[in-house]
Design a protein around this ligand. Structure first.
Ligand SMILES: *Cc1c(COP(=O)(O)O)cnc(C)c1O
Length: 387
């Protein structure tokens, strides 16, 4: 039998042990964590909608109308009019003929990849794709190939030699680096080779593009370029769940074939009601994206002055690379002593030697709060004994 205690001790010794904190406030920049108020730069609530009173009111009204539970899978009797209306609004928002709701982004990714690829096919993935995309590729039983990060030339070369149905899968915005996939070049390569392009835009939806339609809007790519677009609702939308947008045939096919769609309970209709409210707000309130852009510029300029290593990211994901897992933990702990909550991201989530503080910004932060983070980083850098 596996020695669990020994494996846990080894994780501790390598500074790779993970622990949860108990949060006792709603999501927002000021979080109550283990009984203490901290200024947080670690959530994916990029637009500050997770605790917006209007979204909350829609959830409450939704529960009053629909009750608490989803009841059954969509194909049995769980597909409510509220889910249906949200799907229609997401299709219109993304400029795609149809959209299909999934319970989580993880399940959407597993479901889409396993529906489109199987034995004898090839799934191509960016090296830095999200774990759920990698898991979908493995579960599909297809041949599995990874190409160098954001390298459309390498991806095209692989497409040219791959066998079977070819499915190229990429994050739109990379979750640990914050940079964008080269979608126009990937779309051209996929069209040239008759391959599917699947884009997981978990971190782009709501944030990128003038109206928040995500990476595809940012690059001006329609359904012919990005036939399979996946968005999640737990990040900028501030609620929960995910969706796939694409052609009529794609969506009908997923309804028949995607096992993570078929064999799971529909999310509560009240959550769909809350998401509809969030969607209306994020489309209308451009100023949230403008404020976020200003905070990103402020943070990057400040880090530049401090000589800290940032990544080439224009999104609210602004990692500060510090190197070892141990150093990332030390910086995160020092920030916490100063009342700031920033996650240390370590291997295996990121490659060895590139452990980082994953700073995420939100439209709900103020300029003064970003300045406070920069001051703390400056103090910690100054106090560190040079290696
Ligand atoms: C968060 C995330 C997911 C998973 O979405 P959930 O709805 O949280 O399951 C998938 N892909 C990427 C890139 C993500 O960042």
């Amino acid at each position: 039998m596996r020695d669990l205690a020994a494996e846990l001790a080894a994780l501790r010794a390598q500074h790779l042990y993970r622990a949860r904190r108990v949060v006792s406030s709603p999501q927002g920049p000021r979080l109550r964590v283990d009984g203490r108020e901290l200024l947080a730069f670690c959530s994916n609530d990029y637009l500050g909608l997770a605790a917006d009173p209007r979204v909350q009111a829609a959830l409450v009204a939704g529960a009053a109308r629909w009750g608490s539970g989803g009841g059954a899978a969509h194909l049995v009797c769980g597909h409510s009019a509220e889910h249906h209306a949200l799907e229609e609004e997401l299709a219109e928002f993304t400029g795609r003929p149809r959209a299909l709701l999934f319970s989580t982004g993880y399940m959407a990714n597993l479901g889409v990849i396993t529906a489109l690829a199987g034995r004898g096919d090839t799934v191509l993935q960016d090296r830095l794709n999200h774990a759920s995309l990698l898991d979908g590729g493995l579960l599909s039983g297809a041949r599995f190939a990874r190409y160098a990060h954001a390298d459309a030339g390498a991806a095209a070369a692989r497409l040219a030699t791959a066998g079977g149905e070819r499915v190229l899968v990429t994050d739109g915005v990379f979750s640990m680096d914050g940079d964008l996939a080269p979608l126009p070049a990937l779309a051209a390569a996929c069209r040239a080779h008759g391959a599917w392009l699947v884009v997981d835009d978990a971190h782009g939806f709501g944030v990128l593009g003038r109206e928040g339609r995500g990476s595809a809007e940012h690059f001006g790519l329609g359904v012919a370029d990005v036939p399979v677009l996946i968005g999640t609702l737990g990040k900028a939308f501030g609620t929960s769940g995910a969706f796939v947008a694409g052609s009529e045939d794609l969506i009908e096919y997923l309804i028949q074939k995607a096992r993570t769609y078929i064999f799971t309970t529909a999310t509560p209709p009240a959550v769909a009601a809350a998401t509809r409210a969030a969607l209306a707000i994020l489309r209308r309130e451009d100023e949230r994206r403008a404020r976020l852009g200003a905070l990103i510029a402020q943070f990057r300029a400040g880090c530049g002055q401090l000589g800290l290593t940032l990544m080439p990211s224009a999104t609210p994901i602004q990692p500060v690379v510090v190197g070892s897992a141990e150093r990332a933990l030390a910086w995160s702990a020092a920030l916490r002593e100063r009342g700031l909550l920033v996650a240390a991201i370590r291997p295996p989530t990121v490659p060895a030697g590139s452990a980082r503080l994953r700073v995420t910004l939100s439209a709900a932060h103020t300029e003064a709060e970003v300045a406070r983070l920069l001051d703390a980083l400056a103090a910690i850098a100054a106090a560190e004994v040079p290696a």
